[in-house]
Design a protein around this ligand. Structure first.
Ligand code: ADP
Length: 498
């Protein structure tokens, strides 16, 4: 019998990818294609949902052709997606009534501020685990219903459906048979109650959204539908895994145990901690979210994001012209023995958790006549590690769970200097996975688990081996001093733009 593959569909913010994985988690083939970003007004961001679907179909067919396999060789399909992005479409025609409103889009920020002023913050946090923000889907759906001509009437007649990108892709793959989402994606809508595990009636009423628009919420692993025969040469492939991108990467990194933490080092950083079967509410403005639902067991996570991480290195490259490529940052950092007292706080757009100062701005402190560009580059990489430590310390304090290792992925996790420094500054081991593409891999693992290809999570864990483990340096006093200096530097950036 020929080898069977798992197909992961990764519907990201800028591109769609279809990846064929082997059961051992290695990649057989990838096909990827970008799609257009639309910016109709300042701080508004949209996608054409039809284009996303077309692009996804294209990469699915391409990866099958490139591999010389038939769709029958694919045993199951998993989906991971940019979270929160909102599509509303007509269930009879399959046409969206408006462009997809992307998670980054700020058009409902004023309305969110009003909700805060009206005193809804606590209620929304306790029900959904989220901080009121324009990121989440609820206010985006309301915007479409309030602003697209005829949309509200059609929605009230039961003709319109809402979905995040996972829901939209599954609806199309099943030719309208499955209008579903999974717990992780539902938990980012600001409409889903983390405790009752249902759409929340009070929130639905507050945002004035007809319940008939909302998808059925299913486990992240298990059958969510089957591809329609007309899609992939007659194959009816089980769609058996689904999770939002950060949750999928956490699954792909096998963060299955209480207190397991992963950090994705991309443009920004996304830190997530498994808090087991209870939601933990943060005192530092971290989000409480669903890690995944498997069978009837739901696991929760704390999530913190860092706005500027890899983009600080891009800034060194593109604006300061200190390096030619992001990778060079490692070489220059290693050319000096330390940062020579230089600290850089990349608060370009304010500071997030645990500081939450939107008026903070970027700062470089500690410059002397002996400061060199190497010190600034090194301080930039160190800043990524310090910001990650800030978030991880907040998680530690919120959960009272002792964090003893960190699993890492994302572009900047290839920087050995950064990973070693991260370990030193946290005083814990940092694990870099041998398997790449942890987000898509997580979707593939969820799908494989959903059809019984993997017996259980332990089997998946045994597949995840590590390329490299970074262990912390013993000189604790030195690193504690560094971190104190970092805190002082952060203090200098507060309130600058007020
Ligand atoms: P995203 O998914 O957010 O686009 P990626 O995971 O592809 O991000 O990572 C790209 C980011 O990581 C860029 O901001 C880039 O500057 C940074 N980066 C990539 N490689 C390195 C490296 N070796 N050292 C430092 N930063 C890096």
């Amino acid at each position: 019998m020929s080898e069977k593959y798992i197909m992961a569909l990764d519907a990201g913010t800028t591109s769609c990818r279809a990846i064929l994985f082997k059961k051992d988690g290695t990649i057989h083939k990838i096909s990827q294609k970008e799609f257009n970003q639309y910016y109709p007004k300042s701080a508004w961001v949209e996608h054409d949902a039809m284009e996303i679907w077309g692009t996804m179909m294209g990469v699915m067919r391409e990866v099958i052709e490139m591999s010389f396999i038939s769709p029958q060789d694919i045993s199951c399909l998993g989906i991971t997606n940019q979270r929160e992005t909102t599509v509303v479409w007509n269930k009879h025609t399959g046409k969206p009534v408006y462009n997809a409103i992307v998670w980054q889009c700020r058009r409902t920020a004023d309305y969110c501020e009003e909700l805060e002023k009206m005193g809804y913050s606590e209620m929304i946090k306790s029900k959904t685990g989220l901080k009121i923000d324009a990121y989440f889907s609820a206010t985006k759906i309301k915007w479409i219903l309030d602003n697209v001509k005829g949309a509200r009437e059609e929605a009230e007649k039961g003709n319109l459906l809402f979905g995040t990108i996972d829901t939209w892709i599954i609806w199309n793959l099943t030719r309208g048979k499955s209008h579903v989402t999974d717990y992780t994606n539902a938990s980012r809508t600001m409409l889903f109650n983390l405790n009752s595990l249902q759409w929340d009636d009070e929130l639905i009423e507050l945002f004035d959204i007809p319940k008939s628009m909302l998808p059925e919420v299913l486990p992240s692993s298990g059958i969510l539908g089957h591809t329609d025969k007309k899609m992939l040469a007659g194959a009816e492939i089980a769609i058996s895994g689904c999770a939002g991108d950060q949750q999928a990467s956490m699954f792909g990194q096998a963060c299955f145990d209480l207190g397991d933490v992963k950090n994705t080092y991309g443009t920004g950083c996304f830190v997530m901690m498994n808090t087991g079967d209870r939601p933990i509410y943060s005192n530092y403005g971290l989000l409480t979210t669903i890690a995944w639902g498997i069978g009837d067991r739901i696991e929760y996570a704390l999530e913190g994001s860092i706005f500027i991480a890899g983009s600080l290195i891009q800034w060194l490259r593109d604006e300061l012209k200190m390096i030619d490529t992001s990778e060079d940052s490692e070489y220059y950092s290693m050319k000096v023995k330390d940062n020579n007292g230089v600290y850089i706080v990349p608060a370009f757009t304010g500071l997030g958790a645990p500081y939450w100062d939107m008026y903070a701005r970027g700062t470089i402190v500690g410059l002397t006549r002996s400061s060199k560009k190497e010190h600034i580059i090194r301080a930039s990489l160190e800043a990524i590690a310090y910001q990650s430590k800030d978030v991880i310390m907040a998680m530690n304090d919120d959960s009272k769970i002792n964090i003893n290792k960190l699993k890492v992925d994302g572009g900047a996790s290839n920087n050995g200097f950064l990973m070693q420094f991260q370990s030193n500054i946290l005083n814990i081991d940092v694990y870099k996975s041998k398997l790449s593409e942890s987000t898509a891999l997580g979707a593939a693992f969820l799908a494989g688990l959903g059809i019984g290809m993997y017996k259980d999570k332990d089997e998946i864990k045994s597949i995840c081996s590590y390329d490299k483990v970074y262990r912390a340096d013993d000189d604790r006093e030195k690193y504690e001093n560094y971190y104190e200096n970092w805190k002082k530097a952060v203090g200098r950036s507060f309130n600058w733009a007020k």
